[in-house]
Write a protein that binds this ligand. Sequence first.
Ligand code: ATP
Length: 320
Amino acid sequence: MIQLYIPLNFLGVLYREIKQSLTDLDKMFVLMEREREVADKPGAQPLALAPLPEGGDAHIDSTVRFEHVSFAYERARPILHHVSFEIPAGRTVAVVGPSGSGKSTLARLLYRFYDVGIPGDPPGTGGRITIGGQDIRDVTQASVRQAIGIVPQDTVLFNDSIEYNIAYGRPGATHEEIEEAARAARIHGFIASTPKGYQTMVGERGLKLSGGEKQRVAIARTLLKNPPIMIFDEATSALDSANERAIQAELKGVAQHKTTLLIAHRLSTVVDAHEILVMDAGRIVERGTHQDLLARGGRYAQMWALQQQSPDRLEEAMGM
Ligand code: ATP
């Protein structure tokens, strides 16, 4: 029996290894597919982040501007219609709205997975997105991505050590820097409690992390990268309230002095935003600060009242 077990067990390990390599390959192809969507203009220069004349908290002009942005993945189905907003350097703009209203699409366009516009429409239509006044189509894609850190809804972790997974934010970072980022993201204690610490393998062959822990690894990665612009795509999955508060506190720390686009699924995270955009079917239907929007007594105020009564009812109302 034991003789049979060993080869079978070995085959099981081999199968899992192959399956994992295929999963990694899959992810790579998905990324490559995205890479193909946009290309640098011939002779494109890197994004230049100039110092702000007035200095202040945000030292460089990482102002993000969406100007009359329209977009469709496929010509037949426009997703965004003339969306305009500005995130002043160092401030946070939050986006709320029902599932499918186009919130994550804004993030994908800013990271330049896709270019603005409706496929088939004349070039030059579809508006523009600028960082520090520069159209992101005119500068190198690499420099745009260098300037932006993303904490996505579902963090993809590599089948490698936890150290590698954090260092991915800045290849070449020292162990001390990695640990500092992990401490700031409040994941150091957890890592230190595992037998192999930072060398613990993550994923199928090692440590399984919860959604909240994965998100903290993503926060640590972003802290290490220290980009001037942040995109935070809040996880839809319900966290227990202690975890939610912890993540919110971390987010506040991370977003401080960063130009932040916050895609929010819980209204409690957006209260302090410089501006809140309420999206519906690809349009901004309301905008303002939390107080402005409550005073207006419209969509946002309704959503807020629902959330106060019961978060579940808000999720239903937002189609989540
Ligand atoms: P959620 O709150 O559920 O994350 P969302 O507001 O972020 O939703 P988006 O992810 O921006 O919505 O999607 C907007 C619309 O675009 C949806 O109808 C979606 O089906 C569609 N869509 C998203 N990605 C693609 C794609 N790659 N190709 C075609 N359509 C897409």
